[in-house]
Design a binder for this molecule. Sequence first.
Ligand SMILES: *Cc1c(COP(=O)(O)O)cnc(C)c1O
Length: 385
Amino acid sequence: MIATSTLPAEAVVDLSAVRENVRELCRRAPSAQVMAVVKADGYGHGLLPCAAAARAGGATWLGGAQLAEGLSLRAAGDQGRLLSWLHVPGDDFAGAVRVGIDLSASAPWAVDQIADAARSAGGTARVHLKIDTGLSRGGATPTDWDELVGAALAAQAEGAVSVVGVWSHLAWADAPDHPTVRHQREVFDLAVARAEALGVRPEVRHLANSAATLTNPAAHYDLVRPGLAVYGLSPVPDLHDAAALGLRPAMSLRATLALVKRVPAGSGVAYGHTYVTERETVLALVPLGYADGVPRAAGNVGPLLVAGAVHRIAGRVSMDQVVVDLGDDAAARDCRAGDPVVLFGDGAAGEPTAQDWAQATGTIAYEIVARIGARVPRTHVGGDV
Ligand SMILES: *Cc1c(COP(=O)(O)O)cnc(C)c1O
């Protein structure tokens, strides 16, 4: 479809896949609302187009880590529920309150700053209190929970905040039978009960990321927060691939060959000559490198679809480019500069997937898509509802 592109490289994002993936997540969590997580530029897929596609697929909430993400969504006209959860002292809480972004608080300082901001903005801040049920990342520990709830209720009593949510995050959601999953649910239930006993009346309790949304209905509560699955990648690749979960990868990373040439046997390829041609062969130059998000760990292992077959990167990954050894068959000999190469996509045309890249390079699909560089243009297709 993009074979005639003259861009060196592009990430084509199919918004109809995002929309359908969210529909599937809504079906998988019928008793909960769905918050599509669009942090980190929509996991590298493009914040605003993916947010719109997720809304069209039924996401009544959107979620992001940094406040700037929520502010961008509001500036672009999104009017639905938004939650922002990772703050530092001095963040623009007043700006968030003015445009109605829900805010998470894990500590009394956050409640205090959010309440101050609400007073100065002349509104009421909607706050979700986060309990650390065992990830030891964000959230108040059970020991500190009463203090956080107390601070929030005091601010609520004077009208500065409204406590609308209680939430947490799982450490082992991708291993649904891991004992910590049940334990974190139990700690969560106790924290919710304690908050309610102290006077909190949450609209939404939420715990589940993609993996828990797809594999653990007991963790759905009132709202689920899938991220990776929105973009069509499996959060549990050791258990189920994307297709088995009813998901379709939205991003396809493509490039145009910059050079194709014959080289003799014994040619060392790329920095350090970690690859040496065994016979006379055809090398193709792909204009994508580690500055574009191709992991340096993909040297000699990263798979690409070019000249009708999957080949591996030859040698090290450079900042801007990689080399592929196409061999010496008829397809390789017909290959020319300007021909297309696909690093990953949904796999339907035989190309590798982002999960294949994750496996080849010892990481997770999240990192493969989220680290695609700013230099790679995102082309959005399938956005018309
Ligand atoms: C990133 C994130 C999610 C989404 O996680 P996935 O594994 O991508 O579904 C949900 N909740 C929080 C707090 C997150 O940081």
